[in-house]
Design a protein around this ligand. Structure first.
Ligand code: PMT
Length: 224
C-alpha cells in the first residue's frame, strides 16, 4: 500500500475519456476506460488524502471515500477542475482528453444523403487542462501522463518541460493488452532529475507506485 500519509492533503485526479458530440447521436472519443485514474484515486484515498475524481464517461464504480464529479466534454472537465483548484495540493491528469472537438455540434442527426457527399467535420482545438493547472496562479504539485506509441521517454520529457510539470508518467500504449482499457500497464515515472522504470504490473500496483513517487518528491520539496 502507498506508504506516505496524505492526511489533510487534497488531490484532484482526472480519469477516463472525454467525449465531444458531433450531432445528437455521434461523438469523438477514445479507448480510455478510466481504470488507471480510478486506481490512482483509490490509492490516494487509501493513503489518507481527500480525493476529487473528475471523471469522463466510464463503467466503473466510485472508489470508497472518493468524491466523484462526472463530466462529458473537455470544457466540462476543465470547469470542474478549475472549481476545485483553489484547495488542491496535488493534481494528476490521467484522463485521455480529446484534443479536438467539432467547431459546431449539429442540432439534428447528420443525414447520409446530404449533398451526396460525406460530411466534412471542422475541428477546433480543446483547452489543455493540464497546462492550465500547471500555469495557474498557485499551482499544485502537477503530474501529467503521456500516452505514447513511439519515442516514449523523449516525448514524455518534452511534455514535462513544455507544460512545466513536476512529474510525468510516460505510458507506453504501443502494445495490445497494456495502457488503454486493460488491467495492466507499463510506464516510466519521470521528473526533471529522476527516472523510475516500472515493469509491467497491474494498474492497482502502478497507482500505489505513482502515489509513493509523488510523496517522495512532494514531502521533500514543500515545507509543511
Ligand atoms: O483509462 P485507462 O483505460 O485505464 O487507460 C489509461 C490511460 C492510457 C488513458 C492513461 O494511463 C494515460 O496515459 N492517460 C493520458 C492519456 C493522454 O491523453 O495522453 P496525452 O499524451 O495525449 O496527454 C498528455 C497529458 O495532458 C495527459 O496528462 C492529459 O490528461 C493531459 N491533457 C491532454 C490534452 C488536453 N486537452 N488536456 C489535458 O489535460
Amino acid at each position: 500500500e502507498a506508504k506516505q500519509d496524505w492526511q489533510g492533503k487534497t488531490f484532484i485526479i482526472t480519469a477516463g475519456p472525454t467525449r465531444e458530440a458531433i450531432d445528437p447521436v455521434r461523438y469523438i472519443s477514445n479507448h480510455s476506460s478510466g481504470k488507471m485514474g480510478y486506481a490512482l484515486a483509490e490509492a490516494a484515498a487509501h493513503a489518507g488524502a481527500k480525493v476529487i475524481l473528475v471523471s469522463g464517461p466510464t463503467q466503473l464504480p466510485t472508489p470508497t471515500g472518493v468524491q466523484r464529479v462526472d463530466v462529458e466534454t473537455t470544457e466540462q472537465m476543465l470547469n470542474a477542475v478549475q472549481q476545485q483548484l483553489p484547495n488542491c495540493d496535488v493534481f494528476i491528469g490521467c484522463a485521455a482528453v480529446s484534443d479536438y472537438r467539432v467547431a459546431e455540434v449539429a442540432s439534428q442527426k447528420i443525414k447520409k444523403e446530404q449533398n451526396n457527399q460525406p460530411p466534412q467535420l471542422k475541428l477546433v482545438q480543446n483547452p489543455d487542462i493540464l497546462q492550465q493547472v500547471a500555469s495557474s496562479e498557485k499551482p499544485p504539485f502537477t503530474v501529467g501522463f503521456a500516452a505514447e506509441t513511439e519515442n516514449l521517454k523523449a516525448n514524455a520529457l518534452r511534455k514535462l518541460e513544455r507544460k512545466q510539470l513536476q512529474m510525468i508518467v510516460a505510458n507506453d500504449v504501443s502494445q495490445v493488452g497494456l495502457g488503454f482499457n486493460s488491467d495492466s500497464n507499463n510506464a516510466i515515472i519521470l521528473s526533471k532529475d529522476s527516472e523510475q522504470s516500472l515493469p509491467t504490473m497491474s494498474k492497482h500496483d502502478m497507482a500505489i507506485a505513482i502515489i509513493d513517487a509523488i510523496a517522495k518528491r512532494y514531502f521533500n520539496t514543500t515545507a509543511n
